[in-house]
Design a binder for this molecule. Sequence first.
Ligand code: RB5
Length: 155
Amino acid sequence: MDVKPKMAIASDHAGLDLKNKIIKFLQEAGQPVSDLGTHNQDSVDYPDYGIAVAQAVSEGKIERGILICGTGIGMSIVANKFPGVRAALCHDPFTAEVSRRHNDANVLVLGGRVLEEKMALEIVRLWLATGFDGGRHARRLAKIDGIEKNVRRRT
Ligand code: RB5
């Protein structure tokens, strides 16, 4: 893993086991990562943890984030509320790779109750190793930035 972006990870209780496995995997790969919780199996509200990572990405405090809840759906909904956040819910290596190449995803979202450990770690590895293709995809991302600007102007 050559690229070492500034990263944070968070999960709710349903993503805790997978979060801990991913942290170990990243540490072994020499990739620093801040663990923003949750830290035990007590039932918590996934938005609280999704906000912590997505806000840090949105404010430029970190470059990449990983979020895990049971399905990944709740965390995706939360993260994509934040300007500049492009959160991708990935279930396999193909979606992980394309989320980087085409969408320049800066937050990876995983379902702790969906993925086997081996698949999840392969997704993380590939997601961190893959770059953005740019070109026509940059034009499309600029249109997404335009949506954010228009929505903010109207509120
Ligand atoms: C928690 O039970 C579950 O609803 C949550 O982890 C997530 O799957 C929400 O989208």
